[in-house]
Design a binder for this molecule. Structure first.
Ligand SMILES: CC(C)(COP(=O)(O)OP(=O)(O)OC[C@H]1O[C@@H](n2cnc3c(N)ncnc32)[C@H](O)[C@@H]1OP(=O)(O)O)[C@@H](O)C(=O)NCCC(=O)NCCS
Length: 161
């Protein structure tokens, strides 16, 4: 069985190795990384899954905002990367990390968003219904731009707060 602990408890190098194993070492060019450039993850919304002392999964969340074309600004929480060690995938670690982050984020009252496969993230209440007019600082598939918690259905750019 695995335990969920604050990600800050794990050595940063181990987390980076896990992300390389899950997403490949070319992951830094992805649009999600461009959105988060220069940001610091929210420590209380970032967790590690640890099994027998070994890091087997991680989730990070980031303070972003939708800068709306009408001049308003909506703070949101960007979830990801969610990563599970290839040897330990499909045993519920990703699901546990996601529900933990959602549960702890909920009282903030800020919509959660992410870029990911709707086939996986629909189970956590994410869909692309509100995101049709959102823009990101790089290429993305609109069907993979997902949100929940009454995210703003407005035109705008996702970026730092
Ligand atoms: C995606 C990821 C976080 C899921 O975590 P996990 O601990 O392996 O998955 P869970 O145990 O919570 O869930 C497993 C279920 O999700 C399904 N699943 C996993 N990834 C999926 C995806 N990208 N799309 C659809 N379903 C997916 C599995 O088939 C499995 O289905 P089942 O329960 O019907 O057998 C993990 O596999 C991972 O890190 N993958 C590499 C990175 C990646 O590809 N991320 C893509 C998401 S953006």
């Amino acid at each position: 069985m695995f335990d969920l602990v604050p990600l800050a408890d794990m050595p940063a190098g181990e987390v980076e190795s896990l992300l390389d194993a899950a997403f490949g070492t070319d992951r830094h060019g992805r649009t999600a990384y461009r959105v988060r450039a220069g940001m610091r993850a929210i420590p209380e919304l970032s967790f590690a899954a640890v099994e027998g002392g070994t890091l087997v999964g991680s989730i990070q969340c980031w303070p972003v905002a939708l800068a709306c074309d009408d001049g308003s600004r909506v703070p949101m929480v960007m979830v990801g990367p969610v990563a599970v060690s290839p040897a330990r995938q499909n045993v519920g670690i990703g699901r546990a990390l996601m529900w933990k982050a959602i549960e702890v984020a909920q009282p903030r009252g800020e919509p959660l968003m992410l870029i990911g496969d709707p086939e996986y993230y629909a189970q956590f209440g994410f869909d692309a219904e509100a995101t049709g007019q959102w823009r990101l600082p790089g290429p993305f598939e609109q069907r993979r731009l997902l949100a929940r918690d009454r995210a703003p259905d407005r035109a705008g750019m996702v970026g730092p707060r």
